[in-house]
Design a protein. Structure first.
Length: 567
């Protein structure tokens, strides 16, 4: 009978011989096995040991692909070579004996043997087929156990990510979140020695150590300038790509850094990527050589993405608070300017009349030929002086309101409109309002006073929200549209009751309001701001019902040459 070809394990290449250890003290039996294995398609390196001692000496420096051992040997039983349980056995084992003992077979299988044969000329000649079957079975077992192990690790990683995401959604503070992330990484990836989370602050020149393990935990909260950067961190921040150093002691890329002294053997640095910039770096390292699996990479990248979302949320909240404060101040100053102009106009006339009346009194008194005392004349002089001083103050207030200067800077209009709209929409409790942003595909740059334009957008969006209070269809559409006359138009559409045509011009007048509690200043101030920017503000009907407010702004002389990302 021709021996079947011996198939190597999947991790053994066709060019690499299969390492087979035969433990047999009878030379005739060993020779039969040797002859049976000759001429196989896959080369086999056969090592024959006659005793347990010889076998152990071989195993001390070589891990074979397969062991075939006789049970009864001169210095013991071949079963002694088996590991206590197949789950930790480093190699597959076939046991053989010259005696058909079922009890001994069961004992061998319990000890971890994958097969059991009774020696005969036929079974020894069939050894290639037995070996092939055993190697295939061993490969299936090890692959299944590897898959089960990876599945357990992946499940643990998913639980950790779920917990971290829940923490983000619950609104936990950024410092507590970063500390929790470091703890989860070290608990999930047992080989990790050091974890650091570095946040690149908005100035893009400073790194803040948010959280860390080991000796670095005492430095949490400290900042580092990028003037003398760590080459690995700098590479990640600039490229926005993951960097893995298999051996920090020999990696030429980072030889000049302190990594080799502080971080151990292997390490990986991942960017915390935001919408439009890198927000920081997540660093993890191991004291031992670390072979990263796809699950490890996916887990760390998902953790980094979750942390990036938290950092962006923190920055957005801070930006919204500042914007809200700036808009409040701008609204107060604008209202003050409008009120000041009105006050100057309306109060100036009575004060002028007071001055005239007092002067007439002076003339009449002086014509009284000394019948009025000098004291009364002095009091009259003081009255005139005070009235003139009040008139001067009001005059200066009017001039300030009339000639106030705009602080113009080039701004991406899409971003300005989006931020102010989100702030205005964030204050509404109408969760059923649907909002649609339709921004120009070529984000225009405009030279504007950013705070004042955001105040206009804020007022118009808030008006749209209030107009939908009793509406059945609640939609708001916010657009930016490039026009043909070197300008850009902003539209805020609602599906509310609309404004009747006779009121289209009146709504922009001072002290005119369609609201019972309105002061009639918001739209008047908004039009004044747009006019000061050489634009126009008007109203039209929304197709299908509702009102649309439009305003235009001239484009900046300098426009971006590359495509920016819209919000």
């Amino acid at each position: 009978m021709k021996p079947a070809p011996l198939t190597p394990r999947e991790d053994v290449s066709p060019q690499k011989p299969i390492q087979l250890l035969l433990i047999e003290d009878e030379e005739a039996h060993a020779e039969l096995v040797r002859r049976a294995l000759q001429g196989q398609a896959t080369p086999i390196d056969l090592m024959v040991a006659r005793t347990l001692r010889e076998a152990r000496e071989y195993l001390n420096h070589t891990l074979p692909d397969l062991v075939i051992t006789d049970i009864r040997l001169p210095d013991g039983s071949g079963i002694e070579l088996l590991s206590p349980g197949i789950s930790v056995s480093p190699f597959p084992v076939i046991v053989m004996t010259s005696y058909g003992d079922e009890k001994m077979a069961v004992e061998a299988m319990k000890a971890g043997a994958l097969d059991y044969i009774v020696k005969s000329e036929a079974t020894l000649n069939d050894m290639p087929h037995v070996a092939e079957r055993t190697l295939r079975q061993w490969h299936e077992i090890t692959e299944r156990k590897r898959a089960e192990k990876e599945l357990r690790i992946h499940a643990k990683q998913l639980v950790a990510l779920s917990h971290l995401s829940h923490q983000v959604l619950s609104g936990i503070g950024i410092d507590a979140l970063m500390k929790e992330a470091v703890h989860l990484i070290t608990q999930t990836l047992k080989t990790i020695k050091c974890v650091k989370i570095l946040e690149l602050l908005p100035d893009r020149k400073t790194l803040l150590l948010r959280a860390a393990t080991g000796g670095w935990s005492s430095r949490v909260g400290q900042t580092t300038s990028l003037t003398h950067p760590n080459p690995l961190i700098t590479h990640v921040l600039i490229s926005g790509k993951r960097v893995f150093a298999e051996d920090l002691h020999t990696d030429e890329r980072f030889r000049s850094s302190l990594l080799t002294e502080q971080y151990g053997h292997s390490g990986v640095a991942l960017p915390l990527s935001g919408r439009d910039r890198c927000l920081g770096v997540l660093w993890a390292s191991s004291e031992q050589p670390w072979t990263m699996t796809n699950n490890d990479i996916s887990f760390l990248e998902s953790t980094g993405n979750t942390l990036a979302v938290a950092i962006e949320r923190k920055e957005t909240e801070a930006r919204m608070r500042k914007l809200q404060n700036d808009l409040l101040q701008a609204s107060q100053f604008s209202t003050l300017g409008e009120l000041g102009t009105t006050l100057a106009h309306e109060v100036n006339q009575p004060i002028t009349a007071i001055i005239n009346y007092v002067r007439a009194c002076q003339q009449m008194i002086m014509a009284g030929k000394g019948q009025v005392t000098q004291t009364i004349c002095e009091l009259m002089d003081k009255t005139v002086a005070e009235a003139e001083r009040a008139a001067s103050i009001i005059h200066h207030l009017r001039e300030f309101a009339r000639t106030g200067e705009l602080h113009r800077t080039p701004e991406a209009l899409n971003t300005v409109v989006y931020d102010a709209s989100r702030l205005a929409l964030g204050e509404t409790t109408e969760s059923d309002i649907k909002v649609n942003f339709e921004f120009s595909s070529q984000p225009p740059l405009v030279s504007i006073d950013k705070i004042q334009i955001q105040q206009v957008v804020f007022n118009l969006v808030r008006n749209a929200v209030e107009a939908l209070t009793e509406a059945e269809r609640k939609f708001i559409t916010i657009k930016t549209i490039s026009t043909q006359d070197h300008a850009v138009e902003v539209q805020i559409q609602d599906t509310g009751p609309g404004i009747s045509p006779p009121l289209n011009d009146k709504v922009f007048k001072q002290r005119f309001s369609t609201k019972n509690e309105g002061m009639g200043m918001g739209l008047s101030i908004s039009r004044s701001i747009i006019k000061a920017h050489q634009g126009d503000l008007w109203i039209s009907d929304t197709p299908g019902g509702g009102a649309t407010f439009h305003f235009t702004l001239p484009l900046s002389e300098i426009q971006p040459t590359h495509k920016e990302t819209n919000n």
